[in-house]
Design a binder for this molecule. Structure first.
Ligand SMILES: Cc1cc2nc3c(=O)[nH]c(=O)nc-3n(C[C@H](O)[C@H](O)[C@H](O)COP(=O)(O)OP(=O)(O)OC[C@H]3O[C@@H](n4cnc5c(N)ncnc54)[C@H](O)[C@@H]3O)c2cc1C
Length: 209
């Protein structure tokens, strides 16, 4: 869930992140966008201004904002795109962000990681040798992940740019595309990580819908 804070362009959002070994209650991550050049000036004053805007525009999260008293409590997470050339060795394999990640414009990081895990477990079940299971997993994931990375890269300027033209093009583009008959279906496939049907082998093996 996220909103954009008007002229200041400080997008802010909440993401459920589950539990971990130290904390048994479900947790939530609060994040917001700061441009790199603005981050260099990110100090107490800028933080206070940001917090006032956030309270005003999104009072729903005031309980969470109350807990953030200093910019030192916040952690800088930089967006970047990477893909390991070789995401495996004989008995070692990388999944999720460790194998490949994108800027989060499509919101697909979690889907990609879960699909990685599902396909890896499927291939381990299908093979007697771990090394061949890993090879099969890598082969299955490469194209799908690459397509999503390209789409995320193409969309990034339309979300992160200061250009009014890029923002207008994005808004008009969505307006026009959303009227096309098949668009709702395509969008739901795209946003659920299912474009290209990455789980098709799983479906045929286990008869899932
Ligand atoms: C601000 C922000 C917003 C995002 N928004 C979205 C969104 O809306 N939708 C979406 O799908 N994705 C989003 N993402 C991306 C998404 O969070 C990641 O793609 C996803 O969490 C990757 O899952 P993962 O399991 O590969 O890695 P992670 O979720 O990073 O899990 C790795 C785990 O390994 C642990 N770890 C690290 N090192 C060690 C170690 N040495 N020993 C033991 N444990 C270790 C870490 O603590 C962590 O728990 C966002 C990311 C950011 C930063």
């Amino acid at each position: 869930m996220s909103i954009y804070l008007g002229d200041e362009n400080l997008g802010i959002g909440l993401m459920p992140i589950g539990k971990n070994a130290l904390c048994k209650t479900p947790m939530i991550s609060l994040f917001f966008n700061v441009k790199w050049r603005d981050y260099l000036q990110w100090n107490e004053e800028a933080f206070k201004k940001w917090k006032i805007s956030a309270y005003q525009r999104w009072p729903y999260i005031s309980n969470l904002l109350d807990k953030i008293e200093s910019p030192k409590q916040l952690y800088l997470a930089k967006y970047r795109q990477h893909t390991l050339n070789k995401p495996c060795a004989q008995q070692l394999v990388f999944v999720g962000d460790a194998a490949s990640c994108s800027s989060p414009q499509l919101g697909q990081g979690v889907n990609m990681s879960l699909i990685d895990a599902v396909i890896l477990s499927q291939e381990i079940n299908n093979h007697t040798q771990l090394a061949s299971a890993i090879q099969a997993y890598v082969k299955q994931r490469r194209t799908h992940v690459t397509v999503y990375q390209i789409l995320a890269k193409l969309l990034t300027p339309f979300y992160q740019s200061d250009s009014d033209l890029a923002i207008a093009a994005r808004n008009w583009g969505y307006k026009i595309l959303s009227r096309l008959p098949l668009m709702t279906r395509v969008t739901s496939y795209l946003l659920s990580g299912r474009l290209g049907d990455p789980l098709k082998h799983l479906k045929s093996n286990h008869n899932l819908n």
